[in-house]
Write a protein that binds this ligand. Sequence first.
Ligand code: NAD
Length: 505
Amino acid sequence: MSDLETNLQAVEKLLAPLKAETLPHFINGKRVPGRTGETFEGYTPIDNSVIGSVASGSANEIDTAAKAAEAAFGAWQAISGTERKKLLHKIADAIVDNAESIALVESYDSGQPVRFMSKAAIRGAENFRFFADLAPSARDGQALPAQDHLNYTLRQPIGPVGVITPWNTPFMLSTWKIAPALAAGCTVVHKPAEWSPYSAMMLAEIAHAAGLPDGVLNCVQGLGETAGKSLTEHPAIKAVAFVGESTTGSHIMRQGADTLKRVHFELGGKNPVIVFDDADLDRAVDAVVFMIYSLNGERCTSSSRLLVQESIEDEFNARLVARVAKLKVGHPLDPATEIGPLIHRRHFDKVCSYFDLAVADGARIAAGGNAVEGAGNFVAPTLFTGARNNMRIAQEEIFGPVLTSIPFKDEEDALKIANDIAYGLAGYIWTNDIGRGHRMAKYLDAGMIWVNSENNRHLPSPFGGMKASGIGRDGGDYSFDFYMETKNVCIALGSHNVPKLGKNA
Ligand code: NAD
């Protein structure tokens, strides 16, 4: 049997029980069927067939889940950091034990190639381990002595939080939010994306089986405009960690205004990769190809705008064309596949609409530019060349395996083009001039910059964007800043002068 056949058989077995019933919510340690009876369908992008029906959560289920999270908060935040650390490590162990199943289900549900989803599941476990180890010190404060007073700070978890995640790497991204929230002592209501509902249920059940108390992690399935909206409006929910589109971020800010929600937004990107003619071009080609064509290009940090110096434009683009032609598009459960189908027919139509737009705007299609025939949402990896920065293909987040190549003259020109955009998530710079690397990093409008590297992640480092790409940072202590309140305590040392009013009359 081929690897693909083996994986297909395994995924059929895993999904059989999910197909037999409507995928429920997970609230207060139990599977809870939808109350209204409303459902939506989960599809596989491989052939757009229905995987099964999913309970569509309403304000009612969100209320039950938020109240469960509120009730569980007192006991959960009172557990010592050391205990939380042990428990979160147990969850990490259980994720590792189930990593293959998670990867297969996620790949089938989202269309992301299993070669990347296997790593993403393991990274989910690493997120739990990383924040588990920080749990005992998460509440540590600072001592800030003054002349007559001692100030010190305390940190405490903010309360029940809402986590709303997208469909591009659903499992890994949800752990990136849920693990630090739990480590801080918060309880969670998770609303996963409606286009990729399956792995969220796996996470809730794995965590519960590993010993997480009832109500500490709840999962409500549902649509953004209903379940998602209710979560952002619920008074018991103190903060919302959101990953998704920039326009959805604006909605959430409005929705959360009445209850003064603290928000953390990781939003869209149209990230430049800037290749100077003095760069190591072999390595730059590898990184450029990886950072736009891996994960189907459905990646917030994808380098979707290539800014290439005029002097090497033809050579560099030609090298890219040769590589793009060899990318293996195929069944996501085939370990050899490099590009799978796009998440949903609607997203596929959106991505394909840019092929005509590119030509109408005067760019060239140097590779791809077409859908792959068949029932699935497959598109050929695409390279647009000769683009200008004011074209829609240069300004809008396409979120597919589509790269727009724009020439630039010199450093100043590169910087101007790179920053002339609404987004500011990530930037990649390729040059062997060390001073130029630092200068570009200093002036580029982006929350994360990589010089001579693809996006290499270091979990204590801040992750997040500027401009329309986000508010706030994740990673290490940055995550705890969001999920916790900082309290200042000021104690007089005994002898200072207290102002005396009403003594002169
Ligand atoms: P989306 O904004 O459409 O949906 C994300 C989540 O928000 C889903 O769970 C959805 O149901 C929910 N939602 C939608 N409307 C809502 C509302 N009014 N109130 C509350 N919740 C609502 O995004 P998507 O299409 O699922 O994901 C793709 C986007 O995510 C891209 O823009 C991508 O760049 C971004 N993303 C960003 C990062 C990052 O770290 N910056 C990481 C991954 C993805």
